[in-house]
Design a protein around this ligand. Structure first.
Ligand code: ATP
Length: 354
């Protein structure tokens, strides 16, 4: 059994349950992103995997070996945290060589290995600089090189890009992903940024309130969300609350044809991505009269905000995908193709009331 397995792992702090009992498998050599809003338990889960937090229940298996009780320093896991925590008084090379030196590697060998790792993260030639003489992105690469120095079995990163500006963050996401693929190292990245998760990950674990809502490939998570939380958190979605009837879903008196397999009378939430809703003249089910309330150009896409009997609807077209002359104040029809609709059970009343 290769890879990393969590079995019934949970964590409570006093009366607060930070992570509900969770089973997860992190496939060997893959990059998995733990994604979710602030406070959903991502960091706590990562810290349990790292051995920095003792689980309240459950076990952690690495290639079949139970490592739940193994202290962090014996896990051979590389870690990079939000604040890179580099040693400012040491050179770049000595920062990377530090863990090798304290584990007894002769100084010359440690320095050579550090230089190889600096080459790997494209910092060859920076070994003699002080940390204070580096940019944010360069510091982040030093932190990655340092974490890789011990040839870790598993690489753990907690919001590793959060200190970087948006453009550099995107570049580093691609670089980190290419490096991880080249090394084939099992990697887990905590992030609250869905673009970051989608850029880098083989698999995304979407969490909320200490629970795993869905685990799947970026494509799965985006195109086949399993519940309304995932549909809402990943990408944009239009939502309509309705009741299942024999001839469709009743949304405030308007009937929608949708692939619903729910009992008649059940309350449901219907979701559609803005790019799957259409402002065309094609015949078909789910054509609804609309008033255009607002149009905005976002560069590569244009958004049409509509008022309909179903509620507000946003439709998105990629630039050049069809030049629509619609403007605020116009009337039109919006078409919601049934195969583009996701139907979920309605939120429990407690959540709906929030
Ligand atoms: P963020 O993105 O803001 O870092 P997160 O998803 O990583 O959030 P965690 O840091 O894992 O969330 O926290 C999950 C929950 O556990 C939160 O309600 C938090 O307040 C609580 N928590 C975390 N660490 C402790 C602690 N040491 N003592 C008490 N409560 C804690």
């Amino acid at each position: 059994m290769s890879g990393l397995h969590l079995k019934g792992i949970s964590k409570s702090f006093g009366g607060t349950r930070a992570v509900e009992p969770t089973d997860l498998t992190f496939a060997e050599g893959e990059l998995t992103a733990l994604l979710g809003p602030s406070g959903c338990g991502k960091t706590t889960l990562l810290r349990m995997i790292a051995g920095l937090e003792a689980p309240s229940t459950g076990s952690i298996l690495l290639s079949g070996r139970n490592i739940t009780e193994l202290p962090a320093h014996k896990r051979k896991f590389g870690m990079v945290f939000q604040s890179f925590a580099l040693f400012p008084h040491l050179t770049v090379r000595d920062n990377v060589a530090y863990s090798l030196a304290i584990s007894g590697t002769p100084r010359g060998d440690a320095a050579r290995k550090a230089d190889e790792l600096l080459d790997l993260v494209q910092l060859g030639g920076f070994g003699d600089r002080r940390i204070g003489e580096l940019s944010g992105g360069q510091r982040q690469r030093v932190a990655i090189a340092r974490a890789l120095a011990q040839e870790p079995d598993v690489f753990l990163l907690d919001e590793p890009m959060s200190a970087l500006d948006a453009k550099l963050r995107e570049e580093m996401q691609v670089e980190l992903r290419l490096l991880q693929q080249r090394l084939g190292i099992t990697t887990i990245v905590v992030t609250h940024d869905q673009r970051e998760a989608m850029t880098m990950a083989d698999s995304i674990v979407v969490m909320s309130n200490g629970r795993v809502e869905q685990m799947g490939s970026p494509q799965d998570i985006y195109h086949r969300p399993e519940n309304a939380f995932v549909a809402d958190f990943i990408g944009k979605a239009n939502f309509f609350d309705g009741i299942v009837r024999s001839d469709g879903i009743d949304v405030g008196g308007a009937m929608l044809t949708a692939p619903a397999e729910y009992l008649k009378g059940s309350p449901v939430r219907v979701a559609i991505r803005p790019e799957r809703a259409c402002l065309d003249t094609e015949p078909g089910p789910n054509r609804v009269a609309a008033n255009v309330t607002f149009v905005r150009d976002l560069g590569p896409v244009r958004e049409y905000h509509l008022k309909t009997d179903l509620g507000p609807v946003i439709v998105e077209y990629a630039l050049g995908e069809g030049e629509l002359a619609l403007k605020a104040g116009d009337t039109c029809e919006v078409r919601l193709p049934p195969d583009a609709l996701h139907v979920f059970p309605a939120d429990p009343p407690a959540m709906a009331a929030e």
